[in-house]
Design a protein around this ligand. Sequence first.
Ligand SMILES: Cc1ncc(COP(=O)(O)O)c(C=O)c1O
Length: 365
Amino acid sequence: MARTFRPTCAEIRLSAVRNNLNKLRAAAAPARLLFVVKANAYGHGAVELARLAESGGLAWGFGVSCVEEGLALREAGIKSPVLVLGSLYPFESFVEAINAGMIVTIASLDAARQVIEASRRAGKKAECHIKLETGMGRIGARKPAVLKIYDELSASGAVSAAGLYTHFSSADTDPEYTRRQLAIFRETAAELEQRGARLLLHAANSCAAMGYPEARLDLVRCGIAAYGLAEGFEPAMELKTRVVFVKNVREGAFISYNKTFRADRPMTVATLPAGYGDGYLRRFSNRADVLIGGRRCRVLGNVTMDMTMADVTAVRDVSVGSEAVLLGRQGGEEITAAELADIAGTITYEIVTLITARVPRVYTP
Ligand SMILES: Cc1ncc(COP(=O)(O)O)c(C=O)c1O
């Protein structure tokens, strides 16, 4: 890794991830856990967390969004099953996925035919999970197409149809809709079983794995709870930096671009070396707090690409080098991802996933 000097970093507590995975496993058993590590494990570092899970026997396998993410795991020596959750395109990427021993998602008859051909070209039997559309409206085939996909894959002898899955759109907000999705899924799974299919069945994301016992099936596919951003789990990521500049300003002084903040009294202002170039959103301008000296300090003016200013008037002994927490705990205070998500009008997933590659991930035990 490149040498780093800038104090801005995302600290990932491995014990939190371990505890969260164990909690999910215990809740879901006998269903096994597919740990969703797509998008660099929602910003937490896919390779490191997959290693943690694999070496500790904490997951059956891993979910990624694309072949590139799966290859990164394989190149890091991850041996467990890797399911590519996305619908692959261009179809040549099937060959890469098959060669690297990934399980591919088949969501259309066209993709089924392509994977059969790719398997023959790779000279290796591909493994796939068929994706059923039950109400998410993203990718997936409806029941008649799924039955046809299964029949064609089986008849080909080139591809093993090893699983059937679907995805809930609203497990956190609409139980009735979720149960309807599950009923459609069960009905299709039953028809496939009547045809002699032996499939791994899965549907539940974190919320459904915890809240809908009937949806646990053979596997649960969990991301957000493993990162501690669901109720009852431990947040794993903290975003930290250090003060690089402190100044006293007079009443009437403006702070940052476009003069959106004007001091209404003499103030002490700290500058932090983190901004939207690190994934600390511009939406936090004048609205979010950071923690310095164990106290909440309001962000002053617009967040800039690389720097953010904060009001430290009430904080004693602030100097260059003082720790600032943008997400996480300091003293008795905490800035949660949910708080930042509320300010930005988004969800916690986005807050952590948008932490950019320039921010070093530091792993603590
Ligand atoms: C297909 C699929 N399964 C499972 C998950 C994991 O969901 P969650 O992070 O809510 O547990 C996702 C994430 O969005 C997904 O796209």
